[in-house]
Write a protein that binds this ligand. Structure first.
Ligand code: FES
Length: 652
């Protein structure tokens, strides 16, 4: 035919269309991802496109500047009021006149990609569960009686190809005034449905609603609760906020919370109420920061460990405190926010990722979603270190997971000078191999302790202790300087040649900081501290090693350290201690808060929810407690780096 040829970039989709076809119509027919909320009425501006001229002549196209129609009055009005960027047209108003190449900018795509900052991370493709639609509804007619909702649903089916929709009572109550106030034009928010909920209209605005709707991605941890508020149209993170988990007053660690529930008849309910109250306090905080109302939040995705999962849902966590660690359910959950007493939009939905096993929670599933070992050619070891290490090993053929009880030593607990990562904590340490004397950095300053200005820089905070990553560095440095031996004994000053070694009861300790500069506490590393770290790191390593046995390999291609701790830990020092298997250092990377990222992916893309549900079913769960090999690895792994496993790359 001689109809003009239309080529869309970046998709490359092409077709011939009759002169006068609106660009939006052409895009839809070709399946080009071009957004529209108002259905082509020149109101929403989501359909913006850029005609590109000239460059494509080498493909045999003759592109003339008049390939698209002149501005029409609708487009002119839009431009007068709101302003269109240079070179942009409204895709619903501009019509095809001659052969043309049309670029769809990222912000005009429904399934746009939200760029993740980390170089190796895949972008998130937008595909939200709740979306906005603008429609014009037929007026009621005495001769053809029908309800306002029925006419609204008919219009939505006609314009948007939406299935039969129901409406919440809240929507029915506001439906009639909204239709009349908007003169039979309204914008609706539609939850497109999932395995549990049928598609429903959850909100309605008269006329064109120019605002947006939001979702929350929440990482519910035992210690902290962190939330990202995301714009469900752009995918951008609008605000991020966190609070301490108010359940801490019932017990610092998970097992003490489980026992609180066992000892007190109302304990489990108290903890459920506490975490839900905390959640609402967090929502108040984050909406205030973003300057929005909580009723604009229509979707929330949660990731958490199994005990937090149960306590948040109001399920007694008793069974999780004892073998065989049975979950009430490991499947994902779709709920209404009101069922969990959450103060969001009255029809807001909640999605909770599936748990992998009784010890490996929805947080680990979220890490798997974010890091995608199941899509990797390389064999990836993903380690999320907290008081429990959650360990995933896999590639595109097979994925295995386990958890290992590392205890709280990596968070600075049970360490004589240990503390949480906070200003004043020593986080980096170097020990001079010749003098065997230490220098260090403290959180809150970039200066090393022997540099000019250090004391002034830390005058505010003082030097208060060593955080988890600091304790790993100092022990690894002590090992490299020959101050501590492979089995984990600190030598005397005579044996090591370090003036900082001193006898401390029946063993030796190493003085890291004498406290004089700030009149603060003396900070030492005792042999008991080393013992604690040896136990923790042996648990972590043995878990990883066990998965490698099960996979039938003795090395991995890549190691990803997830979690806040993983973000600060030095790969080299971790390997010197034998926390993680031997691997090229440049193949050991930090994924930051991968659980939070996984939550954000599941919030923005409903297909990702299905993906993780499928993957979790396929993951081989390994229970370390019943594996004799785990004990064997554990014994060998308490040495630094290891009593039997060679670390050829580290040693080269
Ligand atoms: Fe809404 Fe074009 S589709 S302005």
């Amino acid at each position: 035919s001689t109809d003009p040829l239309v080529i869309f970039t970046p998709s490359g989709k092409r077709g011939r269309f009759a002169v006068g076809t609106p660009v939006l119509t052409a895009a839809r027919q070709l399946g080009v991802d071009l957004d529209s909320v108002c259905g082509g009425r020149g109101i929403c501006s989501k359909c913006q496109i850029t005609p590109s001229y000239g460059e494509f002549s080498k493909h045999g196209l003759t592109v003339a500047p008049d390939a698209l129609s002149e501005w029409n009055s609708v487009e002119q009005r839009y431009d007068d009021i709101r302003g269109l960027k240079q070179g942009r047209r409204l895709g619903c108003q501009a019509t095809v006149q001659k052969d043309v190449v049309i670029d769809v900018p990222a912000e005009s795509q429904v399934h746009k990609q939200v760029v993740r900052k980390r170089a190796e991370a895949r972008d998130i493709v937008m595909n939200t569960s709740t979306r906005l639609y603008y429609v014009e509804v037929a007026e009621p007619d005495m001769h053809d009686p029908s309800g306002d909702l029925e006419r609204l649903v008919t219009a939505l089916r006609r314009d948007w190809d939406l299935p039969a929709l129901e409406a919440d009572l809240g929507v029915l109550k506001t439906l009639q005034p909204a239709l009349r106030k908007g003169e039979w034009k309204v914008t609706v928010a539609v939850h497109l449905g999932d395995a549990v909920f049928s598609p429903r209209i959850i909100d309605i605005w008269p006329g064109f609603y120019d605002g947006t709707i939001y979702g929350l991605a929440i990482d519910l941890g035992s210690t902290t609760i962190a939330a990202h508020l995301c714009d469900l149209r752009s995918g951008e993170v609008t605000a991020s906020s966190g609070i301490m988990n108010p359940q801490i007053r019932f017990g610092e660690d998970l097992m003490s919370r489980v026992s609180y529930g066992m000892m007190n008849p109302t304990g489990s309910d108290e903890m459920t109420a506490a975490v839900r109250d905390g959640m609402n306090a967090l929502f108040a905080q984050i909406t205030e920061e973003a300057g929005i109302d909580a009723s604009q939040i229509v979707d929330a995705v949660f990731v958490c460990n199994p005990v937090m999962h149960h306590l948040f849902l109001g399920i007694d966590a008793y069974e999780l405190g004892q073998a065989p660690f049975a979950l009430a359910t490991s499947e994902s959950l779709s709920l209404r926010a009101t069922e969990l007493d959450l103060n969001l939009h009255p029809a807001a939905r909640v999605y909770i990722l599936p748990c992998i096993a009784g010890h490996v929670g929805a947080d680990a599933a979220a890490v798997a979603l974010s890091e995608a070992p199941d899509k990797s050619e390389d064999l990836m070891l993903v380690v999320d270190v907290g008081t429990n290490a959650e360990i995933i090993l896999g590639n595109k053929d097979k994925v295995l997971a386990c958890s290992s009880p590392t205890g709280p030593a990596f968070e600075g607990a049970q360490i004589s000078s240990g503390q949480r990562a906070a200003p004043g904590a020593i986080e980096h340490v170097q020990i001079d191999p010749a003098t065997k004397l230490p220098r260090f950095q403290v959180i809150g300053s970039d200066l090393w302790s022997d540099e000019d200005g250090f004391e002034a820089a830390i005058a505010q905070t003082g030097i208060t202790g060593i955080c988890g990553s600091g304790i790993i560095e100092v022990i690894a440095e002590m090992r490299m300087a020959g101050i501590v031996d492979g089995p984990g004994l600190i030598g005397s000053a005579e044996q090591t040649g370090s003036p900082n070694c001193f006898q401390d009861g029946r063993t030796n300790s190493y003085l890291l900081y004498d406290g004089t500069a700030q009149d603060g506490p003396k900070i030492t590393v005792t042999n008991t501290d080393i013992r604690q770290i040896q136990m923790a790191k042996a648990a972590l390593y043995s878990g990883a090693r066990l998965l490698m046995d099960k996979f039938g390999v003795d090395k991995v291609d890549r190691i990803v350290l997830a979690g806040a701790f993983g973000a600060h830990i030095s790969p080299k020092h971790a390997m010197v201690l034998g926390m993680i298997p031997d691997a090229p250092l440049d193949k050991v990377t930090s994924a930051g808060n991968a659980a939070g990222t996984g939550a954000r992916i599941a919030l923005l893309n409903t297909d990702a929810r299905k993906q993780i549900e499928t993957l979790v079913h396929k993951i081989h769960k390994i229970e370390t407690a019943i594996e004799p090999r785990f004990q064997e690895h554990f014994v060998n792994a308490s040495a630094m780096p290891n009593a039997v496993d060679p670390f050829p790359i580290l040693n080269s």
